[in-house]
Design a protein around this ligand. Structure first.
Ligand code: GLC
Length: 441
């Protein structure tokens, strides 16, 4: 991209972030997402570090406002104000004795991007400041990783179990929808579906007031997601109680790949400040790297998420298929197979990559949220993964296409992978922040 064009995009991206800035943290998109989200703020800080390092640090320390006493980092820290009361009431974090008292949060987590974000922000600081930055974040990170393994991998399989699709960050991704449809649709939701009464639910949905309904999940799926949330709440978000019987839960591929890199970053941070990661965390980190292998399917040559209930792989290829590149712990031959899929025109090699499901998937719809559109955050993760395996040309091509897609169409939440048409929320923070990072790194 020409320098003048890049400068123009950078200015526009800064404007988007300024517009969504709430002082010490940033909302993903004013109307649709008016709170602070966990992985959003990590991506936002990765971009902000190029503009204002202190503000980038504040973005991440603000996340710790929401950390629970047991170490959990919630996917949402809610905004104050009467207009947001319904959101806080939906989650009722106060049902758990571990929730913070001074802010309200959700009761579930999101992909563990924090150690990566802390590291990348730290890289912009001189060594003494970097050390104090790392020292200030390390205890919270250790507690978070301890919570992940202690609560969500109690059988020590090395793979974290997610108890709600929102924890994956890829809300309506096919493995979750398929698991829902085959094992976890509550009887009363099926009854509503059969009676075709789901239309009334539109009144309760905020997303479809801001975004065309065809881009989001169906009312039946939304209702089942609400029911799953309700169950978690009724168990006070206690993982042991939640997982005591077969439930709507997955060992999610993308989450666990992100965790592999997060563990690596956490141990690097520890080394820089002269602390050894607790032994159990180092052992768990190794276990996760090895356990990824269990998600590999020899026949199709790719990785999948696994059902918690049946322990079977859910053979639905999605954007998560490419995330083992980001994990960086898989053998080179397998990485090569994934790069082949990325380039394959029937799979992920669309004109405007990377589609969130392969073009050949029966789920594919160019506008439907995590079932087709290209997203800038998943492109960023794949670019990092490609670089890790030495595919620099492929990484550069994807970087150029991603910044071009944004330059031509604005800072949308997601884009059609066929013609780059923008969709979802406009002025979306991580699209702006990661575009800055791609242009500046
Ligand atoms: C949607 C996305 C999720 C994101 C959130 C806020 O729920 O699926 O990944 O964190 O919006 O932007």
């Amino acid at each position: 991209m020409e320098k003048a064009e890049a400068d123009k995009i950078l200015d526009q991206a800064k404007e988007v972030l300024a517009h969504n800035d709430r002082g010490l943290w940033t909302v993903p998109a004013g109307d649709l997402y008016p709170h602070q989200w966990l992985w959003d703020s990590c991506f936002i800080a990765i971009g902000l570090r190029h503009l204002d390092i202190e503000r980038a640090q504040a973005e991440l320390t603000s996340l710790l406002r929401g950390q629970w006493e047991n170490g959990m980092l919630p996917n949402i820290v809610f905004s104050e104000g009467l207009e947001h009361r319904a959101d806080r009431e939906l989650w009722r974090s106060w049902v758990s004795p571990y929730a913070p008292h001074d802010v309200h949060t959700s009761g579930i987590t999101q992909p563990p991007m924090l150690a990566e974000a802390v590291t990348l922000v730290g890289q912009k600081l001189k060594l003494p400041e970097r050390r104090s930055w790392f020292k200030s974040m390390y205890p919270a990170l250790v507690r978070y990783h301890e919570w992940l393994y202690g609560e969500r991998d109690s059988h020590r399989e090395g793979l974290i179990v997610l108890v709600h699709p929102y924890e994956s960050g890829l809300d309506n991704s096919p493995p979750w929808i398929s698991e829902l449809r085959t094992h976890s649709l509550p009887w009363w939701v099926s009854a509503i579906e059969r009676a075709r009464l789901d239309g009334i639910i539109n009144r309760f949905r905020r997303d479809v007031r801001h975004v065309p309904p065809g881009q989001r999940m169906s009312n039946i799926e939304a209702l089942a997601y609400w029911s799953a949330l309700h169950r978690l709440r009724s168990k006070a978000y206690n993982s042991q109680a939640i997982l005591s019987r077969p439930v709507f839960a997955l060992q999610d591929l993308a989450f666990n790949c992100i965790l592999v890199q997060a563990n690596r970053r956490l141990s690097e941070i520890g080394k820089i400040i002269g602390r050894h990661l607790p032994d159990h965390l180092s052992e768990n980190a190794k276990r996760t790297e090895t356990a990824l292998d269990e998600l590999f399917d020899e026949t199709s040559g790719q990785y999948f998420s696994r059902s918690f209930t049946t322990h079977k792989l859910i053979e639905e290829p999605t954007i998560a298929t490419l995330m083992p590149l980001y994990a960086g712990s898989i053998p080179n031959e397998r990485a090569e197979q994934l790069v082949g899929m990325l380039k394959n025109k029937r799979k992920f090699g669309s004109r405007w990559p990377v589609p969130t499901v392969p073009l050949s998937s029966p789920y594919f719809n160019p506008f439907k949220y995590w079932q087709g559109p290209a997203w800038v955050n998943t492109n960023w993760l794949i670019i990092e993964g490609l670089k890790r395996y030495g595919y620099d040309d492929e990484a550069n091509i994807l970087k150029q296409k991603t910044t071009q897609m944004v330059a031509q169409n604005g800072f949308s939440e997601y884009f059609s992978p066929l013609d780059a048409q923008p969709a979802g929320a406009a002025n979306f923070s991580w699209t702006a922040a990661l575009t800055i990072d791609l242009l500046k790194s």
